[in-house]
Design a protein around this ligand. Structure first.
Ligand SMILES: Cc1cc2nc3c(=O)[nH]c(=O)nc-3n(C[C@H](O)[C@H](O)[C@H](O)COP(=O)(O)O)c2cc1C
Length: 389
């Protein structure tokens, strides 16, 4: 069967056939099974003509290196790595002394508030076992794992690096020297200008519809504004794009491609508990909610009673990193109570469009084929358009 043709400048920039990128999705469900976008999904998308991106956020440095090599054993096509580079991990400072036990950073009233939330949703409170190493001498505070992960990205000379949160500025020179293309996710014009200014090869403008960490501006309003603000840096659209209509609309707006997460959450290859895939399939357009519960930053999830109770409680979230420690006992308690439905299930508003679980290649193929039909034929049949001479 002849393959559909859909090419943009993104295809030339990244050496791919279709202008569709798999979002580098990190861990869900308390992180036990690792990131969603691991080697099988990444290789499937790259082999099908898009660009697969490893959700590196859930991996330690050496585990990330292994995953890169596993992808290399599954495809000879280009692929990327996504990392979170948050500026306020553990409360902001790039360096400084940590208290002997980082959990001491958690205010007592916040912890007690969380216990009340657990009671409200019927979870008996239990303390998670503490790893012995947390009760040791003061540690230097750093930007989380990202420094070490970035060293691996640079040493392995990956084709594409995507920064999910924060700025890749400190590593830009070395990435460029390797020939790595740098994509940077943003949710507003201010950050788009910032990353274009430091030399990102393309800006990913991600609207609030998106699953996972997200901002406040909708894709339809954000993409054109980012395009105008960062020109001539190209822009990739993200957030709510899960079929050929979204892809065609993004290209019509002037984006050079799309970055899709939720669409691939229900792929066979997605590394996600079956129950969570089913929850995404069952979700309607109204079933996601933005919460700071799981990471301290605004994150869109399939909603659940815990999110609802936490949001209603008015408890102030702590910075990324510390919030994770705060909810450690809560998540442990939920697991012990068999309440897997209360764990993080990041997904976007496009969940309501998804109908079945199928191979990633089939999701990509249908998206591209539908967009090619819209742009190449259907629009001409449905719309009469003649710009003034
Ligand atoms: C389960 C899940 C995990 C995600 N994890 C990450 C991540 O680790 N790093 C990142 O940059 N973006 C992450 N995202 C956001 C995606 O990169 C992407 O911007 C988003 O999924 C696009 O919107 P869509 O979900 O409507 O396609 C995640 C999204 C989901 C749904």
């Amino acid at each position: 069967m002849p393959r559909p043709v859909l090419r943009t400048s993104l295809c030339d920039m990244l050496g791919i056939e279709y202008p569709v990128i798999l979002a580098g999705m990190g861990p869900v469900a308390g992180g036990i099974s690792g990131p969603v976008a691991t080697a099988p999904l990444v290789a499937a998308v790259s082999n099908a003509g898009g660009l697969g991106v490893i959700g590196g956020a859930g991996f330690g440095a050496e585990r990330l290196r292994e995953e890169i090599n596993t992808v290399r054993s599954m495809t000879d096509k280009p692929f990327g790595v996504d990392l979170l580079l948050p500026s306020n991990f553990m409360g902001g400072a790039a360096s400084g002394e940590m208290p002997p036990d980082p959990r001491d950073l958690i205010p007592k009233e916040t912890y007690e508030g969380l216990k009340r939330v657990a009671e409200e949703v019927g979870i008996p409170w239990q303390q998670a076992p503490r790893p012995a190493s947390t009760a040791t001498a003061p540690r230097r505070r750093s930007g989380g794992m990202s420094d070490e992960q970035m060293e691996v990205v640079i040493e392995e000379k990956v084709a594409v690096f995507a920064s999910g949160l924060g700025s890749p500025a400190p590593w830009m020179e070395r990435l460029k020297a390797n020939g790595t293309k740098v994509l940077s996710l943003v949710g507003n014009v201010k950050n788009a200008k910032r990353v274009a200014g430091i030399g990102a090869d393309a800006v990913v403008a991600q609207g609030t519809e998106a699953g996972g960490h997200t901002g406040r501006i909708a894709t339809m309003a954000l993409v054109p504004q980012v395009i105008d603000a960062v020109s001539p840096t190209p822009v990739i659209a993200a957030g709510g794009i899960a079929d050929g209509r979204g892809l065609a609309a993004s290209l019509a707006m002037g984006a050079i491609g799309v970055w899709c997460g939720t669409a691939f959450l229900v792929s066979e290859e997605a590394n996600q508990p079956e129950m969570q895939k089913q929850r995404v399939l069952a979700a309607t357009d109204e079933d996601t909610k933005i919460t700071r519960l799981y990471s301290g930053k605004t994150m869109r999830n399939i909603t659940n009673p815990l999110i609802e109770a936490y949001e209603a409680s008015g408890i102030k979230a702590l910075p990324m990193g510390i919030q994770g420690m705060l909810i450690q006992d809560l998540i442990y308690s939920a697991r012990q109570a068999g309440r897997e439905d209360l764990l993080m299930n990041a997904a976007g508003q496009a969940s309501g469009m998804l109908k079945n679980i199928r191979p990633a290649a089939s999701i990509l193929h249908d998206m591209v084929n539908e967009a090619a039909a819209i742009l190449g034929r259907d629009l001409q049949q449905r719309v009469t358009a003649v710009p003034e001479a």
